[in-house]
Write a protein that binds this ligand. Structure first.
Ligand code: SF4
Length: 398
């Protein structure tokens, strides 16, 4: 069994090193990503063929470096590639230095209007400034911010939002609409391009899914910079997840989006988890365990719901890409197991079937079901790690 695990793990890694997912031989699953230029946010590449990064934003006072770092660490553990912190005042940019130094992931400083905060944030080591150059005043100020970004290796994100469109565009278009968002984005971009600064990405967010999606489609056609996608103010955990999945799902499926943030009125860790689940659902990232499970019904031969809950909780620490099917009975169990790395199908008379790499492997009884599946997944994760250690260093894993 261990040998089969290692062989399978080596096969998967070999495929990932080629830079394309050759396991995806089903063309109906292919997503052609929009070609964008690539920028760097610290050591994370955004755009081009870089994996779509997942980001979130802290909601602690940034001036409280310890509390902010605690949240950043939890988000990073959940898989965040980038974290944004707001910098509304000097105390925040003062704390930023410590935050940047101790953060495990690059930090994006969120600036509104106060160009001095941008200068301070760049100096403090922010990897990226979220700032709209058209909102910070004179051309000299824009030049100063660009110089600070260049001097300190910062990229920028222009963040257009349907709720805070420029007055002249509201007068021109009557209300926030896709063309208005795109025009605003291109205006801010032109201020950077005019000064030969091109290390920026753009977002055109709105809380209305139709507006945001149409604006992103328009922007994707109009410019080649990387796009940060999100549905802003999407709502609480459940409603916001659904809304974001519809909006971002549409965009990602169309190949649009180089970095994503799911905005939820919830713990930033939840934003990261939801973001990753979206990307995993579309085969765009492969981090961690993906559980395929049935809703259960009276045919279930073990308690599917509580088993899945416990398995997901206990396997949250696994980063290796592993698929697991947990299915209550033979109606759908064998079929789903064929497509997953590890499968459990409920069997009659307390005999359940375990599948490995799609093949029926052994049976087991109730009692230790969850422990058994957790152990199998952890073994496989170890095998993948061992196989990785045996290979040359891999860059840019999905
Ligand atoms: S797989 Fe079996 S237990 Fe699960 S929902 Fe379908 S019929 Fe019910």
């Amino acid at each position: 069994m261990a040998i089969a695990f290692v062989q399978r793990a080596k096969h998967v890694l070999k495929i990932m090193w080629r830079g394309i997912d050759m396991t995806n031989y089903r063309p109906y699953r292919d997503i052609q990503r929009r070609k964008s230029r690539q920028i760097m946010v610290g050591d994370v590449a955004v755009g081009g063929d870089a994996p779509i990064s997942v980001q979130t934003m802290t909601n602690t006072p940034t001036s409280d470096a310890a509390a902010t770092l605690d949240q950043i660490n939890r988000a990073a553990e959940a898989g965040a590639d980038l974290v944004r912190v707001s910098c509304p005042d000097e105390d925040s940019t003062a704390a930023l230095k410590t935050i940047v130094k101790e953060s495990p992931v690059p930090i994006i400083a969120d600036i509104h209007f106060h160009y001095r905060r941008a200068l301070e944030a760049a100096k403090a080591g922010a990897a990226c400034l979220r700032i709209n150059p058209g909102n910070i005043g004179s051309s000299d100020r824009v030049a100063e911010v660009i110089k600070a970004a260049r001097d300190h290796g910062c990229s920028m994100r222009i963040g257009v939002n349907g709720g805070s469109l420029e007055r002249n565009l509201l007068e021109k278009y009557g209300e926030p609409c896709p063309d208005a968002l795109v025009e605003s984005a291109l205006y801010h971009a032109s201020l950077l391009q005019d000064k030969d600064f091109h290390d920026f990405k753009i977002s055109v967010k709105a809380s209305d899914v139709f507006l945001a999606v149409a604006a992103y489609h328009g922007l994707a056609d109009a410019i080649d910079c990387p796009l940060h996608i999100g549905i802003t103010e999407a709502g609480g955990l459940r409603a916001g997840t659904v809304k974001s999945s519809i909006g971002l799902g549409n965009l990602l499926w169309s190949g649009i989006g180089d970095t994503i943030r799911v905005s939820l009125s919830a713990d930033p860790v939840e934003e990261v988890k939801v973001g990753f689940e979206m990307l995993k659902s579309l085969g765009l990232r492969h981090r961690g365990v993906t559980v395929i499970s049935c809703p259960s019904c009276s045919r279930q031969q073990f308690d599917v719901i509580s088993s899945v809950r416990e398995i997901e909780d206990r396997l949250a620490h696994i980063n290796e890409p592993i698929t697991v099917s947990i299915i209550g009975c033979v109606v759908n169990g064998p079929g789903e197991a064929r497509l997953t790395d590890i499968g459990l199908t409920g069997g009659g008379k307390d005999t359940h079937q375990i599948y490995l790499s799609g093949m029926a492997d052994h049976r087991l009884q109730n009692g230790d079901l969850v422990d058994h599946v957790v152990a199998l997944v952890e073994d496989r994760a170890e095998a993948i790690q061992r196989a990785r250690d045996d290979q040359p260093k891999m860059t840019n894993p999905k």
